[in-house]
Design a protein around this ligand. Structure first.
Ligand code: HEC
Ligand code: HEC
Length: 214
């Protein structure tokens, strides 16, 4: 499958996915056209609309196309070192080619909720080795930072059974890791402080006596 074919397949998948996310008020069968509206009223009322919930991570399906393509391209060499099979592996050395592809899909892309094409701009570049994408370079830096945390820093604190961080430890599906106050619930939300009354309804400031009572 050429890159162009892969892109076409992707576009189709995206189109289908966006159709299936149409609001409930739209025609139950997207694409079935005006014939649905012309159906007898009784029939429309009795036929239950089966709503298929959108998949939790539909990007996984888009990525599967790229994973399959790469695995096809390296068929027979999956278990050779990644740095020998691929052209531009600078950090992820010492794992097999198949492991690198799995890492891309299950760690990099999943931690960010990204498609492969967020880091590999395949349309202009046409290959996975190119380094012109800023996000690919950022991700490589992140891998170096993570190696430093896991192989240099954490072993100082835990020489035995050293714990490890992964992309998901920090990113948890977002580009930017959550700020430290994300654990504090908002006012009015369960566990949070009560919502403040509107300014006019607030009681007058407490008298100075309250202060000395402490
Ligand atoms: C968050 C950014 C990011 C995402 C998302 C990502 N990659 Fe990568 N990919 C990289 C980086 C960085 C490297 C280079 C690693 C290194 O230098 O050690 C790389 C390298 C590769 C290589 C080796 C290319 C070569 O010839 O050197 C392949 C193949 C690859 N990725 C496939 C994929 C596939 C398939 C997906 C989607 C399932 C994907 N990548 C998703 C960042 C990403
Ligand atoms: C120790 C926490 C931590 C780990 C581990 C980590 N990251 Fe990050 N990452 C960050 C922070 C913080 C930023 C900066 C986010 C911002 O722009 O505010 C960032 C930014 C990024 C960006 C740029 C995103 C953007 O939109 O600017 C990419 C891509 C990225 N990380 C990929 C990865 C990948 C891939 C891994 C695993 C190899 C990883 N990160 C591991 C904390 C981490």
């Amino acid at each position: 499958m050429t890159v162009r074919q892969a892109m076409a397949l992707l576009c189709t998948t995206v189109a289908i996915l966006s159709c299936s996310r149409a609001p409930a008020t739209s025609s139950p069968k997207p694409g079935s056209g005006p014939t649905t509206a012309a159906a007898p009223a009784g029939q429309a009322a009795t036929a239950p609309v089966r709503r298929v919930p959108p998949s939790r991570d539909s990007l996984a399906k888009l990525r599967a196309v790229f994973v399959a393509k790469v695995m096809q391209d390296i068929a027979g060499r999956e278990n050779q070192p990644a740095e020998q099979v691929f052209k531009n592996v600078q950090v992820l050395k010492g794992i097999t080619a198949a492991e690198l592809v799995q890492k891309m899909d299950k760690e990099y892309a999943t931690a960010m909720s990204w498609n492969c094409t967020n880091c590999h701009r395949l349309a202009p570049q046409g290959n996975f080795a190119s380094d012109t994408s800023t996000d690919k370079k950022r991700a490589r830096f992140m891998q170096q930072m993570q190696n430093d945390i896991n192989l240099v820093q954490l072993p100082k604190l835990y020489p035995k059974d050293t714990p490890k961080v992964s992309c998901a430890t920090c990113h948890r599906g977002y580009n930017e890791p959550a700020p430290p106050d994300y654990l504090i619930p908002e006012r009015g939300k369960p566990g949070g402080l009560p919502v403040l009354p509107p300014p006019g309804a607030r009681p007058a400031a407490p008298p100075p006596a309250t202060k000395s009572a402490r």
